[in-house]
Unconditional design. Structure first.
Length: 274
């Protein structure tokens, strides 16, 4: 997907990765639509970026998400790029994981990106293509004690993205997943519950601009999985890369599969006569 001249929606754009991504895309010629709950922040950012629009949005509210997409279509007539970046951490041990906290983070980290994808897809299909980048986490690829709830939400996002990529390939829509590690943002100051248990020696923080560069690379190349590194590193399911070990591998084409869509094959009735 070409960034220059595109219409791009970026969620969680009030700070950190989202703001860095908005700046980078705008710098490469995209007309950026900024979404976040903190209206004053995205309005200030929009004032810095040529052609940018700020739309105060709680992404867990479907009506507000629909309004966001409508604003993009009204302003630009299309939606070329969706960056699902809004999210929240939940860093507590399993025994301390409260169901209401998990439900809230699941709504933000999984349901909201799913809803946003569903809302932009009619436009992307009609125009013949688009790029969707879902921001996941490296914690979904390895096992880190104390992160079961958060990692579970990001693992769910990974699978939605992977299967969505297969289902939407025929429509020219590339769904990519980017996996940041610890990033120098406000993320760990706004956890739903718990606290950051890492440390600078174990997890040196990447600048949000590095994540933004990886997101832009995903948009331009359509790579399925990218670790945030310099340069971005593609992950291939089934490869020897230890970070790729947690990625599901696509089912090989065969009976029951056609046109990128799974078709259920009814097993024989064991009680039926031969």
């Amino acid at each position: 997907m070409k960034i220059d001249g595109s219409a791009a929606i970026v969620t969680g754009a009030s700070s950190g990765i989202g703001a860095a991504t908005a700046r980078l895309l705008a710098g490469r010629g995209a007309r950026v639509v900024l979404a976040a709950r903190r209206a004053a922040r995205i309005e200030a950012l929009a004032a810095e970026l040529p052609g940018a629009i700020a739309v105060a949005t709680d992404v867990t509210d479907k009506d507000q998400l629909a309004h966001l997409v409508e604003r993009c279509l009204e302003a630009h007539g299309r939606v070329d790029i969706l960056v699902n970046n809004a999210g929240q951490g939940l860093h507590v041990p399993l025994l301390e994981l409260r169901p209401d906290d998990l439900r809230a983070v699941l709504e933000l980290n999984v349901i909201a990106p799913l809803t946003a994808m569903q809302l932009v897809l009619p436009s992307m299909r009609a125009q013949g293509g688009g790029a969707i980048v879902n921001v996941s986490s490296a914690t979904s690829l390895r096992l880190f004690p104390g992160l079961s709830g958060y990692a579970a939400t990001k693992a769910a996002l990974n699978l939605l993205s992977q299967i969505g990529r297969i289902e939407l390939a025929g429509a020219g829509v590339a769904v990519s997943v980017v996996y940041p590690s610890v990033t120098a943002t406000e993320f760990h100051q706004s956890l739903r519950a718990g606290q950051f248990a890492g440390g600078a020696r174990r997890f040196p923080a990447d600048p949000p601009e590095l994540v933004a560069t990886t997101i832009a690379f995903a948009i331009e190349t359509g790579e399925a999985h990218l670790m945030v590194e310099d340069p971005p590193r593609a992950l291939v399911p089934g490869s020897d890369d230890p970070w790729a070990a947690g990625l599901a591998r696509p089912m090989q084409a065969g009976p029951g599969w056609a046109g990128g869509e799974a078709r259920r094959t009814v097993p024989p009735d064991p009680g039926a006569a031969p």
